[in-house]
Design a protein. Structure first.
Length: 170
């Protein structure tokens, strides 16, 4: 079984299908192939593996930014736990989307919401450097601003830190 696994990894590295390589790594875990066996491959056996295929590229997508922002908030302000939360608005399937819309899910809602000390709400939309708001997100921003709540478009962790720090103090 292990031989087939390593042969498939070899094929994936030769054909540059790194997505399938990730699937194979999870398959290895599911098949409970001993991790120590993978780590004990001789150097001569690893010669045909390009070294850069196993290195992860740094993530710059919105999900990664959201994780970093939330982790920073949780570690910096542990006493404020529960006042910053994610708003789920990306269903995995059309069927789930229909079900969640019937329960009140709204398209375009910001990624994060923060409850200030004075009870006012702050809505935070996270985007990559080149990311743009959809029409639904622009509509949501207009709804928020029309009701005197704060809406921020954040592209970096530093922007998020400034916004949260200012809203906790005020």
């Amino acid at each position: 079984m292990a031989y087939n696994y390593y042969f498939l990894i070899y094929l994936c590295t030769r054909t540059h299908c790194t997505r399938d390589l990730g699937v194979l790594h999870s398959l290895r875990r599911r098949l409970k192939v001993a991790a120590s066996g993978f780590n004990q491959i001789k150097k001569t056996q690893m010669d045909y593996f390009p070294s850069n295929k196993f290195k992860r590229k740094p993530k710059t997508d919105e999900a990664s930014l959201q994780s970093r922002c939330y982790r920073w908030f949780k570690n910096t302000y542990p006493e404020q736990y529960g006042r910053l939360w994610m708003q789920y608005n990306n269903p995995r399937s059309m069927q789930t989307g229909v079900f969640l819309k019937a329960q009140g899910m709204v398209s375009g809602v910001s990624d994060l919401a923060f409850l200030r000390n004075d009870g006012r709400m702050v809505f935070i939309e996270l985007k990559t450097e080149k990311g743009r708001q959809s029409e639904e997100q622009k509509w949501w921003q207009s709804v928020v601003e029309a009701n005197q709540a704060r809406y921020y478009l954040v592209r970096t962790l530093e922007e998020f830190q400034t916004i949260i720090t200012n809203n906790i103090k005020n």
